[in-house]
Design a protein around this ligand. Structure first.
Ligand SMILES: NC(=O)CC[C@H](N)C(=O)O
Length: 352
């Protein structure tokens, strides 16, 4: 990790408001309507059970940190969570192991490679790069507390359900189908073992990882999970303290750098908020302090990211002013010595 000296310096948090937020309900409906016509992309089939997904299903849901819900389309359609699970496992592991330790163990830099890349491990001296791709995610699952695979699965299942605010079920078909076809993930786990980077039985941990990917969720669940991460770890629907604020901050940072695999840079460039995709067609995005967004639409681009998911989030980001990097010149011109009242930073001074 970087050498920085911030010992004892308190982490202050952004408490600004979003001036266009009062349009959120209309924006969600518009995002859904505008992106429905996108016909490109194809449904994942490398896990055979995923190929059965209906490509027309499309749901967009926003859940605010005060619990308000805004949804359009198929927000209650169930699908396996797949790689979006990596976000929750990381938050949980970060909470239990400590975020500095886990950052050192797993890494926080983008691979620039596909989510199931073996080469990314080889190019990095056998070390995982980040927890948002398969190698780092499997190694993260291995860090969860629990005496054996069964206990780790219970802890994970319980935490995922608390993130959603309801008891999540395993999609047995998807689990079986992936378990029969996950030779690549087994190879990744064995490779990590060969580099001394797994302290547990590799194939057992791949099994827990496969189960975590097979938990059934909806776009609404993803939005509630995102809102929990946006809310310092408190589920705004149940008021359950699921993870610590520090774990949320760490998780959102790795989502921002690596949440959309080799397209992570493009995502941040265009949309400007932390996000995480999965091959079943889900995307979870987070507006820190404000809301979680869940989108489901199975057709994917060639990196494995939902096409309509990206489009609808790009729209929401623009109309609601969500991009964390967006700013406008202060009213009244460039002089810093000008009228302080004219120095309107819309992110921090307007109310919504
Ligand atoms: N990108 C993804 O959603 C991948 C998850 C999938 N379970 C896998 O490991 O291959």
């Amino acid at each position: 990790m970087m050498e920085i000296d911030v010992e004892g310096v308190e982490q202050r948090v952004f408490t600004g408001v979003l001036p266009a937020w009062d349009r959120v309900e209309e924006a969600v409906q518009d995002a859904h309507r505008r992106s429905s016509s996108a016909a490109d992309g194809s449904v994942a089939d490398y896990i055979p059970a995923l190929a059965n997904a209906d490509p027309d299903l499309f749901g967009v849901c926003v859940v605010e940190t005060d619990g308000a819900v805004h949804g359009a389309g198929d927000t209650d359609a169930a699908f396996s969570i797949q790689s979006v699970s990596k976000v929750l496992t990381y938050a949980l592991a970060s909470d239990t192991v400590g975020h500095d330790v886990i950052a050192e163990r797993i890494g926080v830099n983008s691979t620039g490679q596909s989510f199931d890349s073996v080469m990314a491990i080889e190019l990095n001296g056998g070390h995982t790069m980040n927890p948002m791709v398969n190698a780092g995610a499997i190694a993260t699952t291995a860090l969860l507390p629990g005496a054996d695979a069964g206990e780790r699965w219970e802890i994970l299942h319980d935490a995922f359900s608390r993130f959603a605010g309801r008891s999540l079920e395993l999609d047995e078909d998807v689990y079986r189908s992936e378990a029969e076809h996950n030779q690549r993930n087994m190879a990744i786990a064995r490779l990590l073992e060969s580099y001394g980077r797994l302290d547990v039985e590799p194939l057992e941990i791949v099994d827990v990882y496969t189960k975590q990917c097979s938990l059934r969720v909806t776009a609404r669940d993803l939005a509630v999970m995102g809102a929990t991460l946006a809310d310092g770890g408190v589920n705004p629907v149940t008021d359950d303290h699921v993870v610590s604020p520090e774990a949320c901050t760490a998780t959102l940072a790795v989502m921002a750098t690596s949440g959309l695999y080799e397209r992570s840079g493009e995502w941040l460039f265009e949309i400007g908020i932390p996000g995480k995709s999965g091959v079943s067609g889900g995307i979870l995005a987070v507006v820190p302090g404000k809301a979680g967004i869940g989108v489901y639409s199975p057709p994917l681009d060639d990196a494995g990211n939902s096409v309509r998911g990206q489009r609808s989030l790009a729209y929401l980001s623009r109309v609601l002013g969500l991009n964390l990097f967006a700013s406008a010149p202060r009213a009244g011109g460039g002089s810093r010595e000008g009228d302080p009242d004219a120095a309107v930073d819309s992110r921090t001074t307007d109310d919504s």
